[in-house]
Design a protein around this ligand. Structure first.
Ligand SMILES: [Zn+2]
Length: 786
């Protein structure tokens, strides 16, 4: 044997030996996360809290912007005061120019791919929306057109554009504790939202020739510089929305005098832009129990006919926010209702065009109030002075204090007063408002980085949204949260772990929203219980409000505050694509063997007799046998079966008893029922085994085996149950209340069940032939189009 074959031989033995150990085959699903998480330091502690030297930068803005309604464009100037609270000296600053995503040459546009099948039913097809966007991208002059980038003394600063980012080189390095002031002027062509998509844009209303603007991601914003990542200078591609620094904003928005403007922050000059009646209604709304109309439908319909040549400047002030968005139109109806509870003193407001009634006047502000109620309960008191929902072209998007929400009723064109809506539209509206207003908490205040981790705000927010939906009405059609709703995703192909960068996520909605929300709901209802979970979740929100958490801070805080090792849970749900499928494979029943020949011989005989007769035995019954009537052929064995107790057995038994301790003798007398339950983990994700046990006396019992049952062998385990003599187990059900998102409930029953279902019968449709189609009478509209 050569050295080489000796070595191979040994390694083969080693592999076989490894394969035999289930812990090594399935991996240690309880291995602590420390090796994956960043090392704790004085900025972020091992407990998941901000450290004693935690810092973050501050970016304050003074912006003057003018809306050109005729050209749907903006011209603006901003003064940014950037304060370096980091311990580092900075030689350059990075800014986000997210609107540059709409430039023809943006990375987002150039990286966009299509999938057009070249065979089958869907061959050579592309949807009109995608094609229209492709065409619009060719011609739309989008992006931030910089007119100046100056220092405090007006001196031009050297800057470099890198896709949606801009680096500004500082004339002198910015030391810790110092501030730098820069002035930026720019022009910005707003895009038609329905044509180019995105999280902002305008909508044009042909009937009254008006525009409605939802303006966001519209100004050069300071990129984040943090202890965890340095500059967060990733380009804006598609999914990873943004993270920004907190700061104080003063924004002056000049619009046509008949426009109504709403924005992040409080209006500081209402006497200049609102009528006395509107101001009085706003004051009245503060203490109202239902929304008060600030601008009524009649007033809005009147206003949308105007075309003022004058302008007005609306002045807004917002403190401790990480962004600023606004909306403007002649078309707005406006309602408001005060919310003053606990530490929250705010005004819930909705602005929407007439086209959104009567859904919006009924539900929007009510949904905001409800969101504040529920989110305050599970996180912290809403700290801002306003909470606004605006209806326009954007389907759903959040900014501080302000959200854009899309759903509207169907309008009958023949009779505009005839309005209907689907169930989906109604609950879609309430859901999107809860969701987008809820984003004030995550990530507008708990400032996670969506450009890196979508789940940290979408997932956490969808989880609290689920709690709010359940608190809105019974049987609310929630999508994310209920374990049974996530099953088809959990067993689907093409998944990536939740811990995946926003742009690389496959099946975005399920991965970033529904799965983390469901995981947290399971953690709350099934792993920790409501009390422990709610305490720990609130602790996370409190620790990180107005700060910037990373995934490790969330994982660590929930363990730190609940006192429960959840590393296996984070590992399984957030770092893998395993799913839950626990099978009850077998139940074995035992009673203790007494070793007493008198008892055991009878027991064995009974077992023998209870076996089913073979078919031959059945057919041979009553058959005459050869020894019948021949006593000379009978002996001892014809009178004593194989189970007969012998004296030797009795003596052995007595000898054995004499050698036993009293407790050992008692054990032989024990008459409990002993059950061995075999489980296998087919999905890979370790979870507690929730059991419902039924007995023949009609009673049942719930039993939870903790996830740690899988600690040594994550594939197969056997659990022993000892029950009193009178309790005979008749059935075992795993996860009877569908709490764990177990993907295959057929194997959750022992014995297995036959479940009823419906078989759909269908009939092939007969197609008309060409002669029949040709002979069909031509309609008027067909002639016109043809
Ligand atoms: Zn969201």
């Amino acid at each position: 044997m050569s050295f080489r074959s000796l070595f191979l031989g040994l390694s083969l033995i080693a592999t076989t030996a490894l394969a035999a150990d289930p812990l090594l085959v399935a991996g240690d699903k309880f291995r602590q996360l420390e090796e994956l998480l960043p090392t704790p330091n004085s900025y972020r502690t091992a407990s998941g809290a901000p450290g004693h030297q935690y810092w973050q930068q501050q970016a304050d803005y003074h912006i003057d912007v003018t809306l050109d309604d005729a050209n749907q464009s903006l011209s603006a100037t901003e003064v940014i005061t950037y304060t370096n609270h980091s311990p580092d000296t900075l030689r350059y600053l990075w800014l986000q120019l997210d609107a540059n995503r709409f430039r023809q040459d943006s990375m987002a546009n150039r990286m966009r791919t299509v999938s057009v099948a070249d065979e089958g039913d869907k061959a050579n097809r592309i949807d009109m929306g995608s094609y229209r966007r492709e065409l619009m991208t060719q011609v739309h002059p989008s992006g931030i057109n910089l007119t100046r980038v100056n220092g405090k003394g007006g001196e031009p600063l050297k800057y470099t554009l890198v896709d949606t980012l801009m680096r500004v080189d500082l004339p002198t390095a910015l030391k810790p504790g110092q501030s730098f002031e820069l002035t930026i002027g720019w022009q910005y062509q707003i895009h038609e939202q329905k044509a180019l998509g995105g999280r902002s844009g305008y909508e044009y209303f042909e009937r009254d020739d008006n525009y409605l603007y939802e303006v966001a991601q519209w100004f050069p914003r300071m990129a984040v510089y943090s202890d965890a990542h340095g500059w967060h200078n990733k380009p804006f591609l598609r999914h990873g929305e943004f993270t920004l620094e907190f700061g104080d904003y003063q924004v002056n928005i000049t619009v046509p005098a008949d426009h109504v403007v709403t924005a992040t922050g409080i209006l500081t000059n209402p006497e200049e832009v609102l009528t006395p009646v509107q101001r009085q209604r706003l004051a009245q709304a503060r203490n109202a129990n239902t929304p008060v109309q600030i601008i009524t439908k009649t007033e809005a319909l009147e206003n949308e006919k105007r075309r003022s040549e004058d302008t007005k400047t609306w002045r807004f002030k917002a403190d401790r926010v990480r962004d600023f968005a606004w909306a403007s139109s002649r078309k707005f109806l406006w309602d408001a209702q005060g919310y003053n509870k606990g530490g929250t003193d705010t005004l819930a407001m909705s602005l929407y065009p007439e086209e959104a009634t009567p859904l919006w006047d009924r539900y929007s502000t009510a949904a905001i109030v409800h969101t504040l109620d529920v989110y305050n309960r599970y996180s912290f008191d809403y700290p801002y002075p306003v909470a606004i929902s605006v209806n326009g072209p954007v389907g759903g998007m959040e900014y501080p204090m302000l959200s854009f929400n899309g759903p509207r009723p169907e309008i009958n064109k023949e009779d505009r007063s005839d309005r209907t809506w689907s169930r989906r539209t109604k609950y879609g509206l309430i859901t999107v408002i809860i969701h987008e207003v809820g984003h004030n908490y995550f990530p507008m205040i708990v400032n996670s980085d969506e450009r890196q981790w979508s789940w940290m705000d979408e997932g956490l927010n969808t989880f609290v949204q689920y709690l709010a939906q359940q608190a809105w009405e019974e049987e609310y059609p929630s999508k994310g949260g209920e374990p049974r709703e996530i099953i088809s995703y959990m067993k689907s192909e093409g998944q990536v772990p939740i811990m995946t960068n926003s742009e690389s996520i496959l099946q975005f909605g399920n991965n970033a929203y529904a799965k983390p929300a469901t995981a947290l709901n399971i953690l709350r209802e099934t792993i920790l219980g409501r009390e422990l979970f709610d305490f720990a979740f609130r602790e996370y929100a409190e620790r990180w409000k107005f700060k910037r958490p990373m995934p490790a801070d969330f994982f660590r805080t929930l363990e730190d505050a609940s006192g429960v090792d959840l590393d296996w849970f984070w590992r399984g749900w957030f770092y893998t694509t395993d799913h839950v499928d626990i099978s009850i494979d077998r139940v074995r029943h035992f009673t203790v063997n007494t070793k007493d020949p008198e008892i055991e011989s009878q027991w064995q005989r009974r077992q023998h007799q209870e076996k089913p007769e073979t078919i031959t035995e059945q057919r041979n019954q009553g058959m005459p046998r050869f020894i019948d009537g021949k006593p000379e052929l009978h002996d001892f064995y014809n009178d004593h079966d194989q189970f007969t107790a012998t004296n030797q057995a009795r003596n052995d038994y007595a000898d054995m008893l004499a050698k036993l301790e009293p407790f050992e003798r008692d054990l032989l007398q024990d008459d409990h029922n002993v059950y061995l339950l075999d489980f296998s983990n087919l999905g890979g994700l370790v979870m507690p085994i929730l059991l419902e046990l039924s007995y023949d006396d009609g009673s049942s019992e719930s039993l939870t085996l903790p996830a740690e049952i899988w600690v040594k062998n994550a594939q197969k385990v056997t659990k022993m149950l000892v029950r009193p003599r009178e309790k005979r187990l008749t059935s075992v059900v795993v996860d009877p209340h569908w709490q764990t998102a177990d993907t295959d409930v057929d194997n959750n029953h022992y014995p297995r069940q036959i479940l009823p279902s419906r078989l759909e019968l269908f009939k092939e449709k007969k197609k008309k032939n060409m002669m029949q189609n040709y002979a069909e009478p031509l309609k008027e509209s067909g002639k016109e189009d043809g």
